[in-house]
Design a protein. Structure first.
Length: 561
C-alpha cells in the first residue's frame, strides 16, 4: 500500500559508501540539536554562531560522535560526499497533529518522507542535491462541523480565506517528489550567492520561529548570505537577503463541500513574490550575546511594481506615515503587500551551560514610532525560551531541560482598537490580500496553527547523541477565531490540546534512530459539545489521539577512490 515507505526503510539499512556532510539542514532531527548543545558546552568552532540564521554551514570539523574517522573524497580543489539519509515516518491516529517536518503535510494516518543527498564543491562552486520524496495515507477525519450559525461559519472561513491552511490536502499531495534541501552557490570567503529550495530558519527558536522555519515545503529562492559569522571589527555579523517564489495550494479549506460552495473565497491564479532580509550582530564587547532582526514582504507577482523599490520592499521605511501620498491615500495597502518583521535576542553561557532567547514580531506597519511605543501589542506575536544542561556524575552525560512559549493570538488590545470583535484581523501569517505567509498550504514560520499559542517543556537525559526524555505540550488552537465566534457564548470553551510524550534517540555506529510517542487529549475538540452536554451543564467534546514519529538517519561510510 505504501511502497515508498517500505523502500525508504530498505534504503536506510542498505545504502553505503559516503560520509557526514557538515551542512546541517534547518531543523534536521538530532544533529542540529546536538550542535546547539555543543555550543553550550564550549566548543570553540561554534562559539560565534547565533543559531538565528540556519542552516548551519561551513563547519570544518565533524561534530557527531564516533564519526571522526570517516572522510569524503577530497582531491585538491574538488570535494564530493554523500549526505546522511533521512527517513521520517509520522503516524496520527485520528486527526492531524504536529509541525516542522519539511515537505510533509499535516495529515491523519501514516506519512513518510525520504531524503538522500549528495554534496559537492569545485573551486568556488558548491552544490547540494537533497530531494524529498513524500507518501501519505492522508485519511479523512472529523474537522470543523457545519452545525453553526452563518455568523460563526463566516468567522471560521474568514481566517481560512485570509490564509492557505486546508483541513485536508488533495490526493495530488499523497505522493510527490520535491527538490527539498538542495542548492547551488558561488562562494567567496564567507559570502555565498546562489539559488535554493532549502528550508531556512530565521530567529533563535528551538521549536518554532516567527518568520521562517522547516514547517512548510522550502520555497524556490535566490540568496545572498554569510556562510559563517563575519568579523566587522566591532563584532561579528550574520546576514541573508532572499528573493523567492511561494505557491498557493489552491485547495478549498474545509472538508465540507457544501460549506466551501457558500463561504470559500477563490484563489488568485498567481504566485507570491517574497523578499526577506535578516541580520544578526554579536558585539565585540558582549561575547555570547546576539541581537538581530528579520523582515519579509510578500505580494502576488502581478501586483509587483517593476522598480528597485518594488522588487526590494524590505529596504523601505518601517512607518506607514512615510507611505502616504499628498492626498492622504495609502500606497502600501493599494499595492497588496504583506509585511512581517521580528526582533530577537539570544544569550548563552558555556560556563553555565544554558541559553536564553526571545523573539518579538509585528505583521502590520505602525503609523509612526509614537503608535509603536503606545501600542506595541497590536498585530504582534512573540516567543521566548531557554535550555539548560545539568552535569551528572557520568562523563558525557547531561540532563537537558528546554522550554519555549509562542504566542500568536491577538492581544486584548482588540477590545480598544476595534468597535467590536467582528472587526480587525491581525492573526499571524494571515492577510486579506495575499492569503497568508504560506507555501503549498502550510505556514512558512510558526507551525502550530493560525491564532494558536503553545507552551512546550522537555526534560531529557543526554549521552552524546542518545536521549531519553519526556515532552509536555499545551496548545491553544485558533484562539482568534474562538474569541471572534464564541467569546460571548458560555456553552463554549477554548479548544486546547494537552499532550505528554516519550522521547528516545539512540545511535548505533552510523545509524541514528530518533523517536517520539505522544498521547494528546483535545479538550473541546473543534469547539463541539458532547452528546451529554446541556444548556445548564455545557460539556465540550474530548478526543484522544496518538501521534508517533520515527526518524532514521544513516551516516554513510567513506567513499573509496
Amino acid at each position: 500500500m505504501f511502497p515508498l515507505f517500505r523502500n525508504s526503510l530498505y534504503l536506510v539499512f542498505f545504502i553505503a559508501n559516503a560520509s557526514l556532510s557538515q551542512t546541517i539542514p534547518a531543523g534536521f532531527p538530532v544533529l542540529e540539536e546536538s550542535l546547539r548543545r555543543q555550543q553550550l558546552q564550549g566548543v570553540e568552532e561554534l562559539k560565534d554562531f547565533s543559531f538565528g540564521l540556519r542552516p548551519i554551514v561551513n563547519l570544518k570539523q565533524n561534530r557527531f560522535n564516533s564519526l571522526n574517522d570517516t572522510l569524503p573524497i577530497h582531491v585538491k580543489k574538488a570535494h564530493l560526499e554523500l549526505l546522511p539519509v533521512l527517513s521520517t515516518t509520522v503516524y496520527n491516529s485520528n486527526r492531524p497533529y504536529g509541525w516542522g517536518n519539511f515537505s510533509m503535510m499535516n495529515s491523519a494516518g501514516i506519512q513518510t518522507l525520504l531524503s538522500p543527498g549528495i554534496y559537492g564543491k569545485l573551486l568556488f562552486l558548491n552544490f547540494q542535491f537533497r530531494p524529498e520524496f513524500v507518501a501519505s495515507q492522508n485519511k479523512p477525519y472529523q474537522g470543523f462541523g457545519e452545525n453553526y450559525s452563518d455568523n460563526i461559519l463566516f468567522a471560521r472561513f474568514r481566517y481560512w480565506n485570509f490564509g492557505d491552511h486546508p483541513e485536508r490536502f488533495s490526493e495530488a499531495y499523497n505522493s510527490f517528489a520535491w527538490w527539498g534541501q538542495s542548492y547551488i552557490s558561488l562562494n567567496a570567503g564567507p559570502i555565498a550567492l546562489g539559488a535554493s529550495t532549502e528550508n531556512i530558519w530565521w530567529g533563535p527558536g528551538q521549536f518554532n520561529s516567527l518568520i521562517f522555519s522547516n514547517n512548510a515545503r522550502g520555497m524556490k529562492h535566490l540568496f545572498l548570505r554569510t556562510s559563517r559569522p563575519v568579523n566587522i571589527f566591532i563584532g561579528k555579523l550574520e546576514a541573508e537577503l532572499i528573493v523567492g517564489r511561494a505557491e498557493d495550494s489552491g485547495l478549498l479549506p474545509s472538508q465540507n463541500a457544501r460549506l466551501n460552495s457558500i463561504f470559500a473565497r477563490p484563489f488568485r491564479d498567481d504566485w507570491k513574490y517574497v523578499t526577506g532580509l535578516t541580520m544578526t550582530f554579536q558585539p565585540v564587547f558582549l561575547p555570547n550575546f546576539f541581537a538581530g532582526f528579520s523582515r519579509t514582504f510578500q505580494q502576488y507577482n502581478d501586483d509587483v511594481t517593476n522598480t528597485f523599490q518594488g522588487r526590494m520592499p524590505v529596504l523601505e521605511a518601517f512607518q506607514k506615515v512615510n507611505l502616504f501620498t499628498n492626498d492622504n491615500s495609502v500606497v502600501y495597502d493599494s499595492e497588496g503587500q504583506d509585511q512581517q518583521v521580528s526582533f530577537f535576542l539570544r544569550y548563552y553561557s558555556d560556563k553555565g551551560n544554558f541559553e536564553l532567547y526571545a523573539e518579538y514580531g509585528k505583521q502590520d506597519h505602525s503609523y509612526n514610532w509614537r503608535e509603536f511605543i503606545l501600542n506595541p501589542e497590536h498585530a504582534r506575536a512573540y516567543l521566548f525560551g531557554f535550555s539548560k544542561l545539568f552535569k551528572t556524575n557520568k562523563p558525557r552525560e547531561f540532563v537537558q531541560v528546554r522550554a519555549e512559549i509562542v504566542q500568536q493570538a491577538e492581544s486584548v488590545n482588540r477590545y480598544i482598537r476595534y468597535a467590536d470583535l467582528n472587526s480587525g484581523n491581525t492573526s499571524w501569517h494571515t492577510h486579506y490580500q495575499v492569503r497568508g505567509f504560506t507555501n503549498e498550504g502550510q505556514s512558512m514560520g510558526v507551525g502550530i496553527g493560525v491564532g494558536g499559542n503553545a507552551q512546550i517543556l522537555e526534560v531529557s537525559k543526554i549521552t552524546n547523541l542518545n536521549k531519553v526524555g519526556v515532552l509536555l505540550q499545551r496548545l491553544e488552537n485558533h484562539q482568534d477565531f474562538y474569541y471572534r465566534a464564541f467569546a460571548e457564548n458560555p456553552s463554549k470553551r477554548p479548544w486546547v490540546d494537552f499532550s505528554v510524550g516519550l522521547l528516545w534517540d539512540h545511535q548505533w555506529d552510523r545509524l541514528i534512530l530518533s523517536s517520539k510517542a505522544q498521547m494528546i487529549q483535545g479538550q473541546n475538540y473543534q469547539w463541539e459539545n458532547s452528546p451529554s452536554s446541556t444548556i445548564d451543564f455545557p460539556q465540550g467534546q474530548n478526543l484522544w489521539t496518538f501521534s508517533g514519529t520515527l526518524n532514521f538517519i544513516y551516516q554513510i561510510q567513506k567513499l573509496k577512490k
